[in-house]
Design a binder for this molecule. Structure first.
Ligand SMILES: NC(=O)c1ccc[n+]([C@@H]2O[C@H](COP(=O)([O-])OP(=O)(O)OC[C@H]3O[C@@H](n4cnc5c(N)ncnc54)[C@H](OP(=O)(O)O)[C@@H]3O)[C@@H](O)[C@H]2O)c1
Length: 269
């Protein structure tokens, strides 16, 4: 497939950057989107130095004007009027708090829903129509094991990731037979900047050492270790290269489990 193009939200680091590297190695044009222009430019520089093609797209999923601007910038960057081949929604925030706290907690629910759910939804709504018209496209949502079960003190995060998984399942039914697939990956704790931030918060709150906090999180994974960003990127890539629609893949540090999918039925008209 010539001219394959992938937009990755949250492409400036962690899982998104691992996915960007993989795509560039495979010869795709990679659009890395996020808030931190410095980090995006670093990744783009890295990909170009490797012989890949990439560009940075400014995107703040909490700002509707920025989302609109990013969608326009991505369309301009693609240049040829052809739709994206694939969209990976990797951007996400995870801020822990008791479910009953203070006014700031209510705001946390809004922020998690805005970034982790509506952000992904808005990008899908922008790019899926052209994919459908073309009869080909791949959408992968980076959800979480928190989209499948609950973890204490992360009600906002869990709610937003459950929303994303439910949305993925429903949209897969509607996309069935269209040539466009949607899927979700649900990793447990990953060795990434997001987990580094969780480690820092645990250290602050419990006075554990950084190594103890990291080991604690690793032990929460059924595999007893943190998952690597490359492992998640490999799972994402298997969904981009395959044609499975509606798959939900759980990565637990021991195994990659297909919880459901693919959806093969044609939707009722
Ligand atoms: N780490 C884990 O244990 C784990 C486990 C399961 C699922 N996940 C999910 O994996 C995804 C990637 O996370 P990661 O682990 O790779 O950590 P990460 O490096 O912190 O990635 C999160 C990305 O989201 C972007 N982002 C955050 N807020 C944004 C906003 N308002 N607008 C646009 N982009 C925004 C960040 O980029 P900027 O700062 O440049 O905006 C960052 O690149 C997330 O959806 C996360 O929920 C992570």
């Amino acid at each position: 497939m010539a001219g394959r193009k992938l937009l990755i939200s949250g492409g400036g680091g962690g899982i998104g950057a691992a996915c960007a590297r993989r795509a560039a190695r495979e010869g795709w044009f990679v659009l890395v989107a996020g808030r931190n222009r410095g980090r995006l430019d670093l990744i783009v520089g890295e990909l170009v130095a490797l012989g890949g093609r990439a560009t940075a797209i400014d995107l703040d999923l909490e700002d509707p004007a920025s989302v609109r601007g990013a969608i326009e910038a991505a369309s301009r960057a693609c240049g040829d009027g052809e739709p994206l081949t694939a969209l990976v929604n990797a951007a996400g925030i995870a801020i822990s708090a008791p479910f009953l706290a203070d006014d700031s907690t209510a705001r946390l629910f809004d922020r998690h829903m805005e970034v982790n759910f509506h952000g992904a939804r808005r990008l899908i709504e922008a790019f899926a129509p052209a994919m459908k018209a073309k009869g080909h496209g791949r959408i992968v949502n980076v959800a979480s094991s928190a989209g499948l079960r609950g973890y204490g003190y992360t009600a906002a995060y869990c709610a937003s990731k459950h929303a994303l998984v439910g949305y993925t399942r429903a949209v897969a039914q509607e996309l069935s037979g269209s040539g466009v697939s949607i899927a979700a990956v649900c990793p447990h704790f990953v060795d990434s900047p997001l987990t580094d931030a969780s480690v820092r918060r645990i250290v602050e709150k419990t006075k554990q050492s950084e190594a103890e906090a990291r080991a604690f999180l690793a032990q929460q994974n059924p595999g007893g270790r943190l998952i690597t960003c490359d492992e998640v990127s490999d799972a994402i890539w298997s969904l981009i290269e395959g044609d499975e629609n509606g798959s939900v893949l759980e990565l637990d540090g021991a195994r990659r489990v297909r919880l459901e999918g693919p959806v093969t039925r044609r939707p009722k008209t």
